[in-house]
Design a protein around this ligand. Structure first.
Ligand code: HEM
Length: 470
């Protein structure tokens, strides 16, 4: 029996329920986790286990026990009240270091604090409300949506967000909407996919073949380098400042001229902001194509603009739009499950004892997965229709604290939340202004594919008919 000297806790009631395993070293669990990834059944697996074992349980994998939780009290502890005792951990950092270096996404403690301090000032309202950026990329998007033909909005939104993010970050778009084969786009997708697979393998990450990995990372570096050159040069003399408006890289180069820092942070923000936004946007259209009433209601609400492009304040004031975004991120949080590792021997407030409401012991090194997608469908929080897409539910009181976390919470809450909501809102409104009908063109069963990000495994195939001119 384990004994923790901290807080004088013994092991008596201090472990969460352990999922039954029938083969030594939890080999059956390992196979099952692999199967979940192949069959895209994470959501159903975790939902069932939280129902059968309680809101916090343990799963033996090899010699370690992994914890999983769905309990807002425990999540609050991980992300906020015990922030210093949990982190992304050394393994996560090791696995991603060639790609992400010491960027904000990939570090803990002081290094994280330094990153956060460097980046946060860039996310103030004035800097993220440049809607012209989104309009330019929306116009590009339209070129790829033929009238009344089937298109895959997931693919188009992925390309659009890469283009808008690179332009925002470095001042120049990858233009991957025009040409999906641009080298940077291909390399970025490749590196990201491979990284996700390595993260999922945990301590066995080195077993994953990395053929082409270093080359792809060099492609990313070569792309970013000239922009860093320009930004650093720009700091020395203001004469070459491009005429276009705000550029993220130029702004942070005023605070540091360390090339490696600039490179790392740009790639980290691109990773954090690109797929997450595209995935959420595409799920919104997936659901609206299946709920004609929602699409209609959206059109009615947007009509208040009389066809004018929305301003930042318009976006905020169209309540129904915000409800659609909230509801999409409830059912399909872009990061559906996440993990923190205990950095010291510690406890979590709940999951132990006969009723599961006593603290549990959490040994240093224990990974604790928190599955917000499943938490977002708990009937005790969201009612008996929790699995249904109903933007109207947001007309009621807001969810209980820590029970709705698409953007994470605590000190590491998403820095780009307002940027993402503005981009999503802008694109949704412009689509509703441009197209009369939105129809589902895919009648297969819904596939919720999870790498790190949650996307539709069949893409989002729809057809759109333009409004007839005035
Ligand atoms: C719908 C879109 C988005 C969702 C759902 C989302 C969600 C999240 C989540 C869950 C995290 C926490 C990750 C973790 O610590 O494990 C995060 C962190 C972060 N996000 Fe977002 N994000 C979105 C868009 C964006 C955008 C557009 C940007 C930037 C332009 C951005 C920048 C960041 C950054 C920099 C972090 C790291 C914060 C830190 O570690 O201190 N995100 N985001």
């Amino acid at each position: 029996h384990m004994f923790s000297e901290r807080k004088g806790l013994t092991s008596e009631h201090l472990f969460p329920p352990l999922v039954k395993s029938f083969i030594p070293l939890g080999l059956d669990n390992i196979l099952m986790l692999i199967r979940l990834s192949i069959e895209n059944t994470h959501f159903y697996f975790f939902k069932r286990h939280f129902e059968n074992y309680g809101q916090t349980f343990a799963l033996r994998v090899g010699v370690a026990n992994l914890y999983f939780t769905n309990d807002p009290e425990n999540i609050k502890a991980l992300l906020s009240t015990q922030f210093g005792e949990f982190g992304k951990g050394p393994l996560f950092h090791e696995t991603l270091k060639e790609f992400l270096g010491h960027g904000i996404f990939n570090v803990d403690h002081e290094l994280w604090q330094t990153s956060r301090t460097l980046l946060r000032p860039q996310f103030v309202k004035e800097r993220i409300s440049d809607l012209e950026l989104f309009e330019r990329h929306f116009q590009q998007l339209l070129l790829h949506i033929p009238n009344d033909k089937t298109v895959d909005l997931l693919d188009l939104f992925m390309r659009m967000t890469l283009d808008s993010a690179t332009e925002y970050l470095m001042g120049v778009s990858t233009n991957s909407l025009a040409d999906p084969k641009v080298k940077f786009a291909e390399a970025f997708d490749f590196v990201q996919d491979l990284s996700a697979r390595r993260v999922i393998l945990g301590p066995l990450y080195q077993l994953y073949p990395t053929f082409g990995y270093s080359k792809a990372i060099r492609t990313l570096d070569h792309f970013v380098e000239p922009f860093i050159d320009r930004a650093i040069g720009l700091h020395h003399s203001n004469s070459e400042k491009p005429s276009s408006n705000y550029i993220f890289l130029d702004a942070i180069s005023e605070l540091t001229q360390d090339r490696k820092v600039l490179r790392d942070q740009i790639l980290n923000i691109l990773l954090a902001g690109r797929d997450t936004t595209a995935a959420a946007l595409s799920w919104a259209f997936y659901e609206m194509a299946r709920h004609e009433d929602v699409w209609r209601k959206l059109q009615e609400e947007v009509a208040i603009l009389n066809g004018a492009k929305p301003t930042f304040d318009d976006l905020k004031s169209i309540k129904y739009l915000q409800w659609i975004i909230n509801e999409t991120l409830r059912l399909y949080p872009s990061v559906p499950g996440n993990v923190r590792t205990a950095l010291v021997d510690t406890t979590l407030p709940r999951g132990g004892g006969p009723k599961g409401d006593e603290p549990i012991f959490c040994k240093k090194g224990t990974p604790v997965g928190y599955i917000v997608q499943v938490m977002h469908t708990r009937t005790d929080f969201y009612g008996p229709d929790a699995l249904e897409f109903k933007p109207e539910r947001w007309s009621g009181p807001p969810p209980k604290p820590w029970s709705y976390l698409p953007f994470n919470g605590g000190p590491r809450i998403c820095l780009g939340q307002q940027f993402a909501i503005a981009e999503m809102g802008y694109i949704i409104v412009r689509m509703a202004q441009t197209f009369e009908t939105l129809e589902q063109q895919d009648f297969k069963e819904r596939v919720m594919r999870k790498t790190i990000i949650l996307t539709s495994g069949n893409g989002v195939k729809v057809s759109l008919c333009r409004k007839s001119g005035p």
